[in-house]
Design a protein around this ligand. Structure first.
Ligand code: SAM
Length: 362
């Protein structure tokens, strides 16, 4: 866990300047649920009670990437940009429940020919500043990166999604994550299953009794593969295959010594890795230039929240996080500074639920 940083002067003045409009509008936390709130996220986040949100998923504007009109992203230096993100992150930590998660997706930037490692610098600053842990750096591999080849560098085609938590008791539903999309171990094929082992057993220096038992167990395991009970297997035969290192009494080394062989079953459940391969999404007629893939956000929501939980995005843009949350039976709160994007997000949400407009700055 990192140590907590003292609130800086800059943060205090930023909040003092922006808190005023709220007092004029005054609406409650409950009003924000299942709504897109227009306003500066620092101001809006300050209206949300401590420990009240289950999951925060967001993608702030990347540094000097686009002009969204106002808000974060066009600071003079990378340091100022990261500092502003840290202010927002600080509120996210405060409002997050103890068993909740925060996921930040950030993009990098080249300045004068050098990659700035902005997402990682942000993540390091978070670890130094807040009592949180990073569970994963989930890499989004873009299947359709911008088709522009540089002469002296490779095309960037990945972005991190950092998964932060406040405690080890964070909610996690691995079963629902990327169902059937994990990396499967290759299945051994057809009638050749285990064929090589029959020959190896025959030609081995095992006793007759050991050979008989090995052939019998080999036949049984082949049937298990054929019936789909297990994905595959490996066999080790004394005098032919290398001995396993270490191990305990009764373990594989022991079996190899006593029985003359050992069989390792491969169950074949998909391994759920910290990589998501997915194309960059475009929505026909979209008013927003930087939409992240709905499918990634849905997987993360399934992994990190339960039905009816509150999912919040402080940089909601076109409303992707809210759409994903609603489609999965979660509640949402979206915050967006740009009025036009708020309207666009509300339009996307109209198809799947009631959307009452809320404006912080009228
Ligand atoms: C990268 S976009 C998010 C896109 C979103 N993930 C989607 O799929 O549509 C970042 C958004 O943050 C908004 N923004 C920037 N600064 C903000 C602030 N201080 N408060 C609220 N929204 C802000 C921008 O207007 C922009 O729409």
């Amino acid at each position: 866990m990192g140590r907590k940083k003292k609130t800086t002067k800059r943060k205090k003045s930023l909040i003092a300047e922006t808190i005023t409009p709220y007092t004029a509008n005054s609406f409650s936390f409950e009003d924000m649920i299942d709504n897109i709130v227009q306003g500066d996220n620092l101001t809006v986040l300050r209206l949300i009670p401590d420990n009240s949100i289950n999951l925060i998923i967001t993608s702030p504007p990347y540094f000097k990437q686009r002009d969204y009109g106002s808000g974060i992203g066009n600071e003079k230096t990378v340091e100022q940009y990261i500092e502003n993100l840290i202010f927002v992150f600080s509120e996210c930590v405060r409002i997050l429940r103890k068993d909740g998660s925060i996921v930040f997706n950030l993009g990098d930037k080249y300045l004068e020919g050098s990659l700035q490692l902005i997402p990682h610098r942000f993540a390091i600053e978070v670890l130094k500043t807040f009592p949180v842990k990073i569970v994963n750096n989930i890499t989004w591999v873009k299947l359709n990166p911008t088709p522009r080849q540089y002469q002296k560098r490779l095309v960037s085609s990945s972005e991190p999604f950092f998964h932060f938590v406040k405690s080890d008791g964070y909610y996690y539903n691995l079963g629902d994550y990327m169902n059937n999309k994990g990396t499967k171990i290759k299945r051994t094929n057809g009638n050749n299953i285990g064929k090589k082992y029959f020959e190896l057993i025959e030609n081995s220096s095992l006793t007759l009794a050991q050979k008989k038992m090995a052939l019998c167990e080999l036949q049984e395991i082949i049937e298990e593969v054929k019936s789909g009970k297990i994905e595959s297997f490996r066999m080790k035969i004394k005098g032919i295959h290398s001995e396993p290192f270490g191990g305990q009494d009764g373990g594989r080394k022991y079996q190899l010594m006593k029985k003359g062989f050992t069989i390792i079953k491969i169950k074949g459940e998909p391994i759920k890795r910290d990589i998501i391969e997915c194309a960059v999404e475009t929505i026909k007629g979209s008013k927003h230039p930087a939409i992240y893939p709905l499918s990634i956000i849905k997987e993360l929501i399934k992994l990190l929240s339960r039905p009816d939980d509150i999912v919040l995005d402080p940089f909601i843009g076109s409303g992707t996080t809210a759409v994903a949350a609603k489609e999965l039976g979660r509640k949402y709160i979206g915050i967006e500074i740009n009025k036009e994007y708020c309207e666009y997000a509300r339009g996307r949400l109209k198809n799947i639920g009631l959307e009452k407009p809320l404006e912080l700055f009228s």
